[in-house]
Design a protein around this ligand. Structure first.
Ligand SMILES: [Zn+2]
Length: 239
C-alpha cells in the first residue's frame, strides 16, 4: 500500500534526485520527454496513462491528474524500490503520485523491470472489445520480434505466438493491482497485460526497451484490430 507523501516538515525531501543536468538517460529528463511523446500518440492524457522508470534502487513516478504533456522534473516523485518510502516529492503545488504506482511496482517486483508504461491507446481498447475472452493472441507478424518473453527476457521470434492476458477494468485504477499481479503470475512469458475498455501495461529492462516494446505492442494491436474487422484470423496463416 502506498500512502501520501510525508507531512512532517522535518522529513528529508531530496530535490537533487530530480536534477538531471541535461543527461538524456536520467529518469527526471526522460519521464517528461516520454510523456510528451506518448501524449501526441494519444497514449496518455490528463486523466490517465503514464510511465515510471527505475534508477538503481529508486523508482521515479509522474504525478496523477495533471496534463501529461506539461510534466516537469519538479513534478516528479521518487520512492525507494524496496520499502516504497518517499525520498522526494513536489512541494511547489499539492500533487499526488500516479494512481498507477502499485501497478508499476508489480512490474518491478515480479519482472525486475527497469521501466513500466501504461497507455490508454485506442488500439488496446478496441482489441479488448474484439477479443471478449481473457486472452489476446497474434502470430506470424514481423513486429513480434520486438517483444521479449516476460517483457525482460529473451527476444521473441517471428514463429512465436504472442499471448497477452486481458483483465477486467475496475472503477479505480489502483484496484487493478491484484488482477494485474494474478495475470502476470499466470502468464510468465507475457510482456504486457491488457485492461478491458482501458489500455495496456507493459514494461522492459530499461526505459528505451520498455518504450520500444510498447511501440511494437501498439502496432500489433492496431494490425490485429484491422485484421479482425476485415474478417481475418490473427493466429496462423489463414487469410
Ligand atoms: Zn489508466
Amino acid at each position: 500500500m502506498i500512502l501520501a507523501p510525508p507531512t512532517d516538515p522535518n522529513h528529508p525531501n531530496d530535490h537533487t534526485l530530480v536534477e538531471h543536468h541535461d543527461d538524456p538517460t536520467h529518469p527526471a529528463y526522460l519521464i517528461p520527454e516520454l510523456c510528451r511523446g506518448f501524449y501526441t500518440l494519444g497514449w496518455v492524457t490528463g486523466t490517465g496513462g503514464g510511465i515510471s522508470i527505475r534508477k538503481g534502487e529508486n523508482v521515479y513516478l509522474a504525478p496523477s491528474g495533471v496534463q501529461k504533456e506539461k510534466i516537469e522534473p519538479r513534478d516528479l516523485f521518487v520512492l525507494t524500490l524496496k520499502e516504497r518510502d518517499f525520498l522526494r516529492w513536489p512541494v511547489h503545488k499539492p500533487l499526488k503520485q500516479s494512481a498507477c504506482t502499485p501497478l508499476f511496482y508489480n512490474a518491478y517486483d515480479l519482472r525486475n523491470a527497469g521501466a513500466c508504461i501504461h497507455t490508454h491507446s485506442q488500439h488496446a481498447v478496441m482489441a479488448t472489445l474484439l477479443w471478449p475472452g481473457s486472452e489476446f493472441r497474434i502470430s506470424h507478424q514481423e513486429m513480434i520480434k520486438g517483444m521479449r518473453r516476460g517483457g525482460t527476457g529473451t527476444a521473441m521470434s517471428y514463429l512465436d505466438t504472442l499471448v497477452i492476458p486481458i483483465i477486467e477494468n475496475t472503477p479505480d485504477e489502483e484496484d487493478l493491482r491484484e488482477g494485474l499481479e494474478e495475470a502476470m503470475r499466470k502468464y510468465p512469458d507475457a510482456p504486457a497485460v491488457l485492461v478491458r475498455r482501458h489500455g495496456t501495461y507493459s514494461w522492459g529492462p530499461d526505459a528505451e526497451r520498455a518504450k520500444g516494446q510498447a511501440e511494437c505492442l501498439d502496432y500489433l494491436l492496431e494490425v490485429a484490430v484491422k485484421m479482425k474487422l476485415a474478417g481475418m484470423e490473427t493466429v496462423g496463416l489463414q487469410q
